[in-house]
Design a protein around this ligand. Structure first.
Ligand code: PRP
Ligand code: URA
Length: 207
């Protein structure tokens, strides 16, 4: 259920994203661009379409329009960095937010805010967070979405750790994961190595 993007345009951007000297402006732009690649790949097979007829200047033909209702769910704070990229290709999506703060010692996620409407049908929920470390935040977020009735969920992230993927797959084996890079491991502070540091701080310039 894990798809790692393999593409020179992704790898190229990852070099600048990881670079400790990259400033917030460029960092945010890279996060947005990588998000577009992620959602493009993830929705290829997940999005439902309906056939429509269209009059070209020459003839009538059949096309396919997106039929799904979509809700994008960023995990605060760093997930907000991916929202512009998402909305650039899904401008009609709803947005719900989940606030989550990792305990710095234990890495346990502490949920502090939730504003997501309950599911009313078969809408597709797209969870976004650039960092997927122990998996605690994403696991909790998906549990919250399931409690709200969401049955079709996909999780997009930019950097993932093998530990997070393993934990997540145990709890939510039905939820596909798309990541731009699968890194080596977590360090003793539960940070992803080689990683890119603290994504929230780098997006918001709070280092
Ligand atoms: C970071 C990141 C993820 C989480 C990943 O958020 O944005 O939400 O950690 O780690 P996990 O997989 O071990 O749960 P953090 O709690 O540092 O908050 P922030 O986004 O406000 O910086
Ligand atoms: N959160 C981050 O921002 N970076 C990590 O490496 C792990 C969690």
């Amino acid at each position: 259920m894990v798809t790692v993007l393999h593409h020179p345009l992704v790898d190229h951007r990852m070099v600048y994203l990881r670079d400790a000297n990259t400033k917030p402006k460029l960092f945010r732009e890279l996060v947005s661009e990588l998000t577009v690649f992620l959602v493009y790949e993830a929705l290829r097979d997940l999005l439902r379409t309906k056939e429509v007829t269209v009059e070209t200047p020459l003839t009538t033909t059949v096309g396919k329009k997106v039929a799904d209702e979509i809700i994008i769910v960023p995990i605060l704070r760093a997930g907000m960095g991916m929202l512009d990229g998402m909305l650039s290709v899904l401008p009609y999506a709803k947005v719900g937010v989940l606030g989550m703060q990792r305990n710095e010692e234990t890495a346990e996620p502490i949920p502090y805010y939730a504003k997501v409407p309950p599911a009313h049908g078969e809408e597709l929920a797209i969870l976004i967070d650039p960092m997927f470390a122990t998996g605690g935040s994403a696991i909790d977020a998906v549990s919250q979405l399931k409690k709200l009735g969401y049955r079709r969920i996909v999780f997009l992230n930019i950097v993932s750790a093998p530990e997070g993927i393993a934990n997540f797959e145990q709890r939510h084996p039905d939820v596909p994961i798309y990541t731009a890079a699968k890194d080596e491991k977590l360090n003793s502070r539960h940070y992803i190595v080689p990683g890119l540091g603290d994504a929230g701080d780098r997006i918001f310039g709070t280092i």
